[in-house]
Design a protein around this ligand. Structure first.
Ligand SMILES: [Zn+2]
Length: 355
């Protein structure tokens, strides 16, 4: 099969995890979400729209009869509101069983030689470095926010070194608020720091050429503040490359946040609190004073996930899609991605600051 035809190949979600593993994690996530709601609901607080800052919103269906979900009356973005407090989130991320299950699954996946989601991100960062035509030996500083133990940075470093030898002089940095993750870093040549973004910004403003974060902003109580702080870390014309779910993506539209799913929906408290989409991300980026370089949806798994949950689907179009042959499904997935309606979004923004 040629490289071009490879793009049309039907990729199956269950290469990443078994159906049973996905089911176990899903039901544990719902159980843990309800537990956190009952325990901490009195500390939850109302917020303005996280995308456009409007205080004007309406209520949608509750998430599994617990968390309230709002839709903004100005920009139509969806978000969990009242939002769980930091105390509730700390309890959830440090003590919930679902996160231990998920962590074990990701670790198992990383031990495999290839992971196309990570590989796609590596390619995107390298493409950007090459396109900027950095002069030889000019130092490029890359920062990953929420770097964990540095698995992504390590993979990126190895790829760049094997493709370009010593052409680029790159410093790989990462920060994470999880001290255990930093202490167990996978590569001693990475500069990983246990720090919040706020503290890091105070010390290293204007230093970085590239900031990376993956599947992070949908989890935050105040994503605007995070973007503003991150921007201070960038040099003039520095870029931010990040991923987040696309609320307008096919797989997310096919089954709502109260349906059984293989992966978490873009609304999935207390984990996913802000449903970014191909529509509101533009508005949000401009409000955060970034220039939009590129927004794409390189997801490959929508059709497969729709197929695997077909008995739960209500919409006739998605139900029919789930019954097509693999060749047709591969073509449809390719087109979903091309037309920017896959459920996984990759954004490249450029700092527009003048100082
Ligand atoms: Zn809004």
């Amino acid at each position: 099969m040629s490289t071009e035809q490879n793009k049309l190949k039907y990729v199956q979600f269950l290469q990443n995890r078994s159906k049973e593993e996905a089911k176990t994690i899903y039901y544990q996530r719902i159980k843990d979400a309800k537990h956190i709601f009952q325990k901490h609901r009195d500390s939850f607080f109302i917020r303005n729209c996280p995308f456009c800052d409007s205080p004007d919103f309406r209520n949608l269906e509750k998430f599994h009869d617990t968390y309230d979900v709002s839709a903004c009356n100005r920009c139509s973005g969806c978000f969990v509101n009242p939002v769980p407090s930091l105390e509730a989130l700390n309890d959830y991320y440090n003590n919930s069983k679902c996160n231990i299950l998920q962590h074990n699954l990701v670790r198992k996946r990383k031990s495999k030689s290839s992971d196309f989601i990570v590989d796609d991100r590596v390619v995107k960062v390298i493409d950007y470095i090459v396109s900027k035509k950095h002069k030889n030996q000019e130092k490029i500083r890359i920062l990953e926010v929420g770097c964990g133990s540095g698995s992504f940075l390590s993979k990126l470093k190895k790829s760049i070194e094997s493709s370009f030898k010593n052409k680029y002089c790159i410093e790989y940095c990462g920060i994470d608020i999880d001290k255990n993750a930093i202490d167990s870093k996978v590569d001693n040549n990475l500069n990983l720091v246990h720090s919040s973004i706020e503290d890091f910004t105070q010390r290293y403003g204007g230093l970085f050429d590239i900031i990376l974060h993956f599947e992070l902003i949908e989890h935050l109580i105040d994503p605007f503040r995070f973007m503003r702080d991150s921007k201070k870390l960038l040099r003039k014309n520095g870029v931010m490359i990040f991923t987040t779910p696309n609320h307008n993506g096919a797989e997310i539209v096919a089954s709502d946040y109260n349906s059984y799913r293989l992966l978490a929906h873009s609304i999935f408290p207390p984990m996913h609190l802000n449903a970014f989409s191909i529509i509101n991300i533009l508005h949000f980026a401009i409000r955060c004073e970034f220039n939009v370089v590129d927004i794409s949806t390189p997801g490959k798994l929508d059709v497969s996930m729709i197929t695997e949950t077909k008995e739960y689907l209500r919409d006739i179009g998605f139900k029919t899609l789930a019954c097509l042959n693999d060749e047709t499904k591969g073509i449809i997935q390719y087109l979903l991605s091309k037309l920017k309606v896959s459920s996984h979004m990759l954004c490249v923004l450029e700092s527009s600051r003048e100082d």
